[in-house]
Design a protein around this ligand. Sequence first.
Ligand code: URA
Length: 210
Amino acid sequence: MDSTGNETESQLSQSNRSAPATISSLSFKTLDSLKEAVMRLDCPLKRMANNTVFSDGPPSADIMVIGEAPGQEEDMQGVPFVGQSGKLLDNMLRAIGFMRKDVYISNVVFWRPPGNRTPTVDEVSFCLPYVDAHIELVNPKGLLLLGGVAIKALLRNAESIARARGTVHTYRGISAVATYHPAFLLRSPAQKQSVFRDLLLLKKTIQTLS
Ligand code: URA
């Protein structure tokens, strides 16, 4: 433990390669060291996946997007949001004047659940300390949380997407806007207007911080 009570990187590399993440807080000095630790993790999901999907985009971005878990295409390429949902995410961002390269993208789970099923509570809990550390290191101006899994994981007491969306939350001091996942929008295009409003809210929020 360091002086803040966090497990240090060296302790982590010695002791935490395959342990479930029961520790609530991890501390890393750099994104590279966090990524290395994530790449060294071992869990059943990882053993079934082709790739660990860590992130895409510039860590200096104002907005960090957090989705659910990699799908088939993401698992093949090792990059988040490159399949159908990713294309819709790119369009959603374009609608508010952002290019994909302007945002930093990750997920609450680093490996594809078989058949694209929803990750279990245990799978999310296993990744969560690393996701928390990830957000802390990127320290964006605003977080965009896509879908119920990301919302429940990071806004620990959020009840549903419908209730969580439309307002600005705070995650560890960072403004966070929750909205529907692009995969849901592909099935329910009528919700595109709501998502557009949520994205504008996020844009306005980070502009007021500039
Ligand atoms: N859906 C997600 O939540 N994340 C991805 O990376 C791809 C699809």
